[in-house]
Design a protein around this ligand. Structure first.
Ligand SMILES: [Zn+2]
Length: 215
């Protein structure tokens, strides 16, 4: 059984190595009981050691470690406070998702896994990061979605596990990337609403069951 801290360190490295964040950008957290563990401020994500994850009381926001938590702490706290079903929160700055959404467009369904797995995506226009303004914008949409795209900034994903949150992040970025490639080559054919509905009905349960089994 991999501990919460080991999971955080593992996915922090994956985020950097997969290019979903660069430098000290991005942050992630996992719920454990009444507390969450979140990345410390100012660290390159792949250099955080297991003991350096910052413990925070979810209800009060009290920081119980010596290191300073990520500046997006409020956003993470609100995710756990408003969504009891969520156990992991991931925030990254993936290039294609930020690129596509910052034109004002939404990231379309280009391949089956995307509509089958991601039930709803919310979009937030740019607000200044690391503030309660951003946390409040997230709270407004958080009930109905596990993927929030912040234009000119990044993406926030929520999961029942870190594996699920990471999977949502990968799928969103892949959809934006395929759409970008397709737009350069020609005129993209996007899956129709009917095709997406069929995929949601047919595959969602099977995909989700498999994902949860593996996590
Ligand atoms: Zn950010």
């Amino acid at each position: 059984m991999v501990s919460v801290l080991e999971q955080l360190s593992l996915y922090a490295k994956k985020l950097v190595q997969s290019g979903l964040v660069v430098g000290a950008g991005g942050n992630l957290s996992i719920r454990e009981g009444d507390y969450m563990y979140i990345s410390p401020s100012g660290f390159d994500l792949q250099e955080i050691e297991d003991h350096q994850w910052v413990k925070v009381d979810i209800r009060t926001g009290d920081v119980l470690s010596d290191l300073k938590p990520s500046s997006e702490i409020l956003m993470h706290l609100e995710c756990f406070r408003n969504r009891p079903d969520v156990h992991a929160v991931l925030h990254a700055h993936p290039s294609y998702s930020v690129g596509v959404s910052s034109t004002g467009k939404e990231i379309p369904s280009m391949f089956p896994d995307f509509p089958a797995m991601v039930k709803n995506i919310a979009y937030i226009d740019y607000v200044i990061p690391t503030t309660n303004v951003l946390a409040e914008e997230v709270v407004k949409v958080i009930d109905n979605t596990d993927v929030i795209v912040m234009r000119n900034h990044g993406v926030l994903t929520l999961g029942k596990s870190m594996k699920e949150a990471y999977f949502f992040m990968q799928l969103t970025e892949e959809a934006a990337k395929v759409y970008t490639i397709s737009s350069i080559v020609g005129n993209p054919r996007v899956l129709t609403e009917e095709e997406c509905e069929d995929l949601k009905n047919l595959s969602a349960e099977r995909y989700r069951a498999k994902l949860l089994k593996d996590s």
